[in-house]
Design a protein around this ligand. Structure first.
Ligand SMILES: Nc1ncnc2c1ncn2[C@@H]1O[C@H](COP(=O)(O)OP(=O)(O)OP(=O)(O)O)[C@@H](O)[C@H]1O
Length: 259
């Protein structure tokens, strides 16, 4: 479970270009819930993820993970509980190493074990099983160098590597934004399979309205550092891209009228 309580973050406080990025933002994500965060540029989406991961400290407010207040916990300590996948498919994996070696690296990072026993049969079987969850055939390419994989396969590998340590929370930071539309859809399907099978509590930021409609349990719309709208349950099941875009349009009209 993730709780963000009255989170406030101001950049350049007291200066002419002061910017309130998070404005007493409140958000709760239940254990096993998949929340999809949308919002126009500058709404505060990245700032919120950075505050949750610990990359950015809040001016005030609190972040709780499974009831533990981690607000003052440094980013490297929080990393043991939080997995994060970024936009760039090149970032999360080592290109010159094989799929299996990348999986081993991720395992060692999350468990602090030594390389002593390396890629033994038990580990390889475990990696195959974990990779098969993605439905991309990566389990049959353990000896392939990662540089030979497509961007989508590579991003999906990053995802499965990130969640190997059974994190309390998965943060997806526009992780399909750098991919072509077809590949982005494939990665989203692989993401949902991984999230469902591992029952991960997930917060995903996306600019892709179709993905916000198609995936996740709840759409969370941010605006000016606050949660403007949340759509879950039955309403989420029936929401359309047009309806979501309407909500953006309302805001834009209001801004044009100087509201
Ligand atoms: N490091 C920073 N220094 C100064 N201002 C910042 C910084 N990070 C974000 N901001 C400002 O805070 C506000 C929120 O930015 P943020 O990046 O969180 O928005 P976003 O919703 O992620 O936008 P986008 O969709 O463009 O990524 C913006 O006005 C932005 O200019």
């Amino acid at each position: 479970m993730l709780e963000i309580r009255s989170a406030r973050k101001t950049f350049y406080a007291g200066q002419p270009d002061e910017k309130v990025a998070l404005d007493n933002l409140d958000l709760t994500l239940q254990t096993g819930e998949f929340g999809v965060v949308i919002g126009s540029n500058g709404a505060g989406k990245s700032t919120m993820l950075n505050a949750v991961s610990g990359a950015l400290s809040l001016d005030s407010g609190a972040i709780l993970i499974n009831g533990d207040d981690v607000t003052a916990t440094p980013v490297h300590k929080r990393a043991t509980r939080i997995a994060r996948v970024f936009q760039d498919p090149m970032l999360g994996t080592a290109a010159s190493m094989t799929v299996a070696e990348n999986m081993l690296l991720a395992e060692l990072r999350s468990t602090k074990r030594t390389l002593a026993r390396g890629l033994n049969a038990q580990r390889l079987a475990n990696y195959k099983e974990r990779l098969s969850v993605l439905g991309l055939g990566l389990e049959n390419r353990l000896d392939t160098k990662v540089e030979l994989l497509s961007g989508g396969q590579r991003q999906s590998l990053s995802l499965i590597m990130a969640v190997g340590g059974s994190p309390d929370l998965l943060l997806l930071d526009e992780h399909t934004a750098a991919l072509d539309p077809r590949t982005a859809d494939l990665v989203m399907q692989a993401t949902v399979r991984a999230v469902d099978s591992l029952k991960l509590t997930t917060l995903m930021v996306t600019h892709n309205m179709q993905h916000a409609v198609d995936f996740g349990h709840r759409v969370i719309m941010l605006d000016a550092g606050k949660v403007k709208l949340q759509i879950g349950g039955e309403e989420k099941a029936n929401v359309t891209v047009a309806k979501l875009v309407d909500h953006f349009a309302v805001k834009t009209d209001a801004m044009m009228l100087g509201a």
